[in-house]
Design a protein around this ligand. Structure first.
Ligand SMILES: Cc1cc2nc3c(=O)[nH]c(=O)nc-3n(C[C@H](O)[C@H](O)[C@H](O)COP(=O)(O)OP(=O)(O)OC[C@H]3O[C@@H](n4cnc5c(N)ncnc54)[C@H](O)[C@@H]3O)c2cc1C
Length: 342
């Protein structure tokens, strides 16, 4: 007698990712590679274009196959100019100045090749969820609404995340980043960033190679425009192509087994710089590893990031206060981990 073969149950999870930024496209690539049926919804009509310096540590290549064509410059250190003292911060590993739009296009291409579907020009207006039911995303176009059901939904929709709002989580702390491009100064060190701390933020100059530099400030939203204009005047920079975006800070983790947050939507940015790419990719890597167990991801993510955010904030406040008030107590040179701090 023939023994019937064991039935093979292939459970294909239907996943919606809201937002095709760097975190959403990376996650789509990883989840599609694991066999999930991934749909990414992006409200913009094209990939990329976020206001971002693209100063990302070499750990970027722990997440993606190395693509040298995206690198504009390599940065070894930052010179912090307090009013009465300069402090040199040495980065370990070194930072790369990356073509940010190019990086997002690269990640989107990897995701598509792995089988993820990316829908552009699709604004997710809301996420509906009820206990015991599969969640739905609400798409809105030309006044018409469509309701789509998924096994799980991941909000990678950035600072003003609608997924986070639908879960009624508290909004993170917001700072406003403004940047513009201009000519590099003649005495600009080619492999160092210049940083100018203020009471509630800082200004920066990043050499982007080929005689170009980026001038920017990160400040409380109410002061941001004034501080940026003042900074450009002081640096005698004639900025062109001014871009701005909000940087959220403060871990937001839903208690939901079918809906998760990642990247800026989860408030994952470094206190001392506002950088969020490696932090967002680290969380997305955890989610892909634990998928489809979102509750496990949420627990692991909290365990990993909560202490780093807490101590990062204390370090930043202490260093800024000492630098502005008691600079003699600060060492002249400090080596830090580019992503995790002192
Ligand atoms: C001025 C500035 C400079 C920065 N410089 C650096 C830096 O040098 N290094 C660094 O590591 N980080 C930097 N950051 C932070 C970094 O840009 C973010 O941490 C990173 O972009 C987060 O990626 P993300 O994919 O989570 O979100 P995002 O890049 O914001 O992507 C979110 C995506 O979701 C889409 N979206 C939003 N809402 C919806 C919706 N309702 N429906 C559909 N789609 C939606 C958006 O259009 C966007 O494409 C900077 C930020 C700013 C503002």
């Amino acid at each position: 007698m023939m023994i019937p073969a064991e039935p093979i149950w292939v459970i294909i999870m239907k996943v919606a990712i809201v937002g095709a930024g760097i975190v959403g496209t990376y996650l789509a690539w990883r989840l599609a590679g694991k066999g999930a049926d991934v749909s990414v919804f992006e409200r913009k009509k094209e990939i990329g274009g976020k206001a971002c310096s693209g100063l990302i540590s070499k750990r970027l290549w722990h997440f993606f196959p190395e693509e040298k064509g995206l690198v504009e410059n390599e940065i070894k250190s930052a010179n912090i100019h307090f009013p009465k003292k300069d402090v040199e911060i040495r980065f370990s590993p070194h930072m790369l100045v990356i073509d940010r739009k190019g990086l997002e296009e690269y990640a989107a291409e990897l995701a598509r090749k792995a089988g993820a579907k990316i829908f552009l020009g699709m604004n997710v207006a809301n996420v509906l969820h009820a206990k015991g039911k599969k969640p739905q995303i609400v798409l809105e176009k030309n006044g018409k609404k469509a309701f789509l059901e998924f096994d799980c939904i991941v909000g990678c929709d950035g600072e003003h995340s609608v997924v986070r709002k639908s879960l009624r989580l508290r909004e993170p702390r917001m700072r406003l980043g403004i940047l513009a491009y201009g000519k590099a100064k003649k005495n600009q060190q080619k492999d160092a960033v210049e940083v100018f701390p203020t009471k509630n933020g800082f200004g920066w100059i990043i050499p982007r190679g080929a005689g170009e530099a980026e001038y920017g400030t990160l400040e409380k939203p109410a002061d941001a425009k004034k501080q940026f204009e003042m900074f450009c005047r002081r640096q005698k920079a004639r900025p062109r192509k001014v871009l701005a975006a909000v940087v959220p800070e403060g871990l937001r983790i839903p208690d939901n087994s079918r809906i998760a947050l990642c990247g800026d939507a989860a408030g994952l940015t470094k206190s001392w710089s506002g950088g969020g790419v490696v932090w967002g990719l680290t969380a997305a890597h955890m989610l892909a590893r634990d998928f489809p167990n979102l509750a496990k991801y949420e627990k692991q993510m909290k365990r990993f990031f909560a202490p780093r955010m807490f101590f990062g904030r204390i370090e930043t406040k202490a260093a800024a206060w000492l630098g502005l008030n008691m600079p003699a107590l600060l060492p002249k040179k400090i080596r830090i981990d580019s992503d995790w701090g002192i």
